[in-house]
Design a protein. Structure first.
Length: 467
């Protein structure tokens, strides 16, 4: 949200007439000279004192990205390293009645001398919005593109058609105003509908066509080709929310794992993750993330179709448990001088026989995979309560639904779940049988919202005869 602009700022960053409707960026158009005043300080050791006082008296020139301390305008004093404090234009050097009592007292004491000063306001001080308001026609000011996904050094736009004539200049200003961005791309098709791997066609608007990026999230590092796999930085909070539900030593089956934003952080906390993705490129970068983040003891990568993986995961985990598979966790390093008998031994964490969570982060179609849970534990009733203390798995399925203030979206999600598993669930608490917790993740379009439906797999589904 923008803060209220002062009249000075409104005048300084007023649109240059020559920039209106430009198709190429001329940064020189955004440079102007501002005649104002400066407080020439007798001793640089006094700068901090008077800077604070002049901030309080609101006489200091304060602008974003602007340093109000400068070399003294007197060349001889500047050569001696002397500094000054730049003041607002309404402070007149020759009119002491425009000075505050602070400035007047400092002048009488000889600490400060108020002198004329000229400030150059260059393009680097203009915000992205100020530049775009100067360039775009007024009828396009209502929805200036400000939001974009990022992946490493790449900014990913989804420009509406009315902004296409200005797409290159928009991209260049984004690069200028975001130091970490080197490449700007614009999506040219729809993720999730035109590509089964959630990849997209794109055009490069600014910078090199370099899509090999590196990102950090939840203490993990991922390196991948952004054009070949799915990644959305805006889902970081959701990744962490879901991962926080997992307990060390549990097994999670990540059905549409992508490059591992759930799997790698979960592995870091000692959670077993059977991570799967159908996209061969995602699988390759998933394996890289496992190695890079040193979670190979806990995370295994698979390259199945999601429908098949749901059916296979429970069997694979049970087989691993029956074989005695385990993670071997090395102890923290101890000094070499420590006697052998005092050195802790590696800890063996056994793979449990059942899956505790299934994660399905494919919102365009995840609910359509739910019928695969029918019979997933057919004939294995003794693995679960009341025979043991183990409960049936929790399913977390991401999905899209209409954005509404009433129960329309929740009712729609419950109906779609019923269509797949044949069990009617009511919105509520995922820990209560017959209920589903529906979490609102984020808005993805004016009338579209992403949700996560979490529910305990019903016994009549899990233990149904396999077809």
């Amino acid at each position: 949200m923008e803060t209220k602009r002062s009249s000075l700022e409104m005048n300084l960053f007023r649109a240059p007439a020559a920039a209106r409707a430009a198709k190429t960026l001329d940064r020189a158009l955004f440079s102007r000279t501002l005649p104002t005043a400066a407080a020439s300080v007798r001793d640089n050791r006094l700068l901090s004192k008077y800077r604070k006082q002049l901030e309080k008296s609101r006489e200091l020139l304060m602008l974003d990205r602007f340093d109000s301390i400068a070399a003294d305008p007197d060349r001889e004093l500047a050569s001696q390293g002397r500094k000054c404090l730049i003041l607002k234009p309404d402070v007149k050097p020759s009119q002491p009645d425009t000075w505050s009592s602070i400035l007047q007292e400092a002048s009488r004491e000889g600490d400060i001398k108020v002198v004329p000063f000229e400030v150059t306001i260059g393009y680097e001080l203009w915000s992205y919005l100020d530049v775009m308001r100067s360039i775009l026609p007024e009828e396009l000011h209502g929805e200036i593109p400000v939001g974009f996904n990022t992946a490493g050094h790449v900014a990913h736009l989804n420009l509406r058609s009315q902004y296409h004539p200005y797409k290159h200049i928009i991209a260049q200003v984004i690069v200028d105003k975001n130091p970490g961005i080197r490449t700007v791309i614009n999506k040219t098709d729809n993720v999730g509908t035109e590509s089964e791997f959630r990849t997209f066609s794109y055009e490069v608007l600014a910078g090199p066509d370099d899509m090999l990026v590196e990102v950090s999230e939840a203490g993990c590092v991922f390196k991948f080709d952004y054009s070949q796999v799915y990644w959305n930085t805006k889902l970081g909070t959701e990744h962490q929310r879901i991962t926080a539900l997992f307990k060390p030593g549990e097994v999670v089956a990540d059905v549409m794992a992508g490059i591992g934003p759930f799997a790698a952080p979960a592995g870091k906390k000692g959670v077993f993750v059977w991570a799967n993705d159908k996209n061969p490129e995602s699988y390759r970068y998933l394996e890289d993330a496992i190695r890079r983040n040193k979670v190979s003891e806990f995370v295994k990568a698979f390259n199945y179709d999601g429908h098949d993986f749901i059916k296979k995961a429970a069997e694979l985990v049970l087989e691993a448990s029956q074989r005695g598979d385990c993670a071997v966790v090395k102890p923290a390093k101890v000094p070499r001088s420590a006697p052998p008998e005092s050195r802790p031994q590696p800890v063996r964490v056994p793979v449990p026989p059942t899956v505790s969570h299934f994660v399905m982060n494919l919102p365009a179609s995840a609910l359509e995979f739910l019928h695969n849970y029918k019979g997933v534990y057919s004939g294995q009733e003794k693995l679960f309560a009341p025979h043991t203390e183990t409960r049936l798995p929790m399913v977390h399925a991401h999905c899209f639904a209409v954005k509404a203030d009433d129960a329309t979206a929740f009712n729609d999600i419950c109906q779609r779940i019923y269509n797949e598993i044949g069990v009617r669930l009511q919105p509520g608490d995922a820990e209560i049988d017959g209920q589903v917790a529906i979490h609102e993740v984020r808005d993805v379009a004016p009338a579209k919202r992403m949700f996560c439906a979490s529910f305990r797999l019903p016994p009549e589904v899990a233990f149904a005869p396999r077809k």
